[in-house]
Design a protein around this ligand. Structure first.
Ligand SMILES: Cc1ncc(COP(=O)(O)O)c(C=O)c1O
Length: 382
């Protein structure tokens, strides 16, 4: 099978210099401090296998979301749930619908299971909002499932709950499953009310995945979870790896979810302010076209700098910043980059580097133009 693994940001292990990682969209407040105590308090438990049923964590999540525990499944990151969904439901030649651009893992695991990907473009002139008519036109009897990422990576666009539910209900009538990835939803003020988690009780075709990675800034601790219609959750729970969530990971996740209210509140306040600042400041620098972010990351077109995203990434690496080159989201995104929203000091340093690149590019473009003019003035070939 000629499938290449999906590309991600956050590849800091590739480089032997310290970089400020703007390619990974983590909580700018950093992980909650209690993590160290939780690890110290529970370290003796590493001599045991983890609880395969994740009992405490599921009870805590069940309380938190007010959803029966049987409808929750816990994974080694939400990535495991994407894989489990594909492994459980996608068969050879099933058609799967995904927007473009979106997170690459959905298509990868579905193709791995023999699925065929149908793509519905998110258009720049529609501010990358999902076009429901386009989507519905693509559904036919061979469509098995639709993946939606809300807010969407890399566009940072958030769709209202009513719009997502319109898709879920149409799909329910047409016997199509819907996977909604809410990995970034807690960063939005509308996140709590805009989540589709409560809807799994009344929509059997719906599965919603959630990640602890981004919101608690703990990519090194691998915990995600999903909630689904009763049958979906029951089938998927059979597919997952045994002991898929480590002992310490379960303790950490349980405590963090139990005590997250004020941390989430502070996060939302912080991100609301900083994403607006970053958007306004980047808009003022020549050559950059940022798209207004709903979440804690921002998509930017760098075409007018005269650089593609791979070259822009290289230039930023030389300045100590790792940014996400979006070309892996599709060839048409090879002039787009994605950056995280961080704290004011780091953001100001990034903005300075953006400005320098812009100035350097415009002076090199100017001197290239002067040389061309001189050459054409002499009648010489260039
Ligand atoms: C949209 C989206 N969903 C899911 C994930 C996977 O997150 P994790 O497996 O760490 O929960 C990512 C990671 O980048 C992501 O961007």
């Amino acid at each position: 099978m000629d499938l290449t693994r999906p590309k991600h940001g956050a590849d800091v292990w590739t480089y032997d210099v310290a970089l400020v990682d703007y390619s990974c969209n983590l909580n700018p407040l950093g992980p909650p401090k209690e993590i160290i105590n939780i690890i110290q308090k529970n370290i003796d438990n590493v001599i045991r296998y983890p609880d395969d049923a994740c009992t405490s964590l599921k009870l805590t999540l069940s309380d938190y979301h007010n959803i029966p525990r049987e409808q929750i499944i816990v994974g080694c990151g939400s990535t495991e749930l994407i894989k489990a969904f594909a492994e459980t439901f996608v068969n050879l030649n099933d058609h799967i619908l995904t927007p473009v651009p979106t997170y690459g893992e959905y298509a990868f695991y579905c193709q791995f299971m023999g699925g065929i990907i149908d793509k519905t473009p998110l258009k720049e002139d529609e501010e990358f909002f999902l076009n429901i008519e386009d989507l519905f036109d693509l559904i036919d009897r061979s469509t098995k499932a639709i993946f939606l990422c809300n807010p969407n990576n890399p566009t940072s666009r958030f769709e209202s709950k009513s719009k997502i539910l319109e898709v879920v209900e149409e799909c329910e009538a047409r016997k199509v499953l819907v996977f909604v990835d809410e990995a970034f939803i807690d960063f939005l003020r509308e996140g709590r009310n805009g989540s589709c988690v409560p809807e799994v009780e009344s929509h059997d075709n719906l599965f919603v995945s959630r990640s602890l990675t981004k919101i608690f800034s703990i990519p090194g601790i691998r915990v995600g979870y999903g909630v689904g219609g009763k049958e979906l959750a029951r089938y998927m729970d059979k597919t997952r790896l045994s002991w898929n969530v480590g002992v310490l990971d379960q303790f950490i996740a349980t405590e963090l979810v139990r005590n997250c209210d004020s941390y989430l509140e502070r996060t939302v306040e912080f991100v609301e302010l900083e994403k607006r600042y970053l958007y306004e400041q980047v808009s003022r620098i020549n050559g950059y076209e940022p798209f207004k972010p709903d979440a804690n990351f921002m998509l930017i077109k760098v075409k007018n700098l005269g650089l593609n995203s791979a070259d822009f990434k290289k230039t930023m690496l030389e300045r100590g910043f790792l940014i996400r080159d979006c070309s892996s989201f599709g060839e048409e995104f090879s002039n787009y980059i994605r950056i995280a929203v961080k704290n004011r000091d780091l953001n100001n340093n990034l903005l300075k580097a953006f400005k320098t690149v812009s100035e350097e590019k415009s002076s090199s473009n100017k001197s290239e133009l002067e040389t061309t003019e001189k050459i054409s003035g002499t009648g010489l070939e260039n």
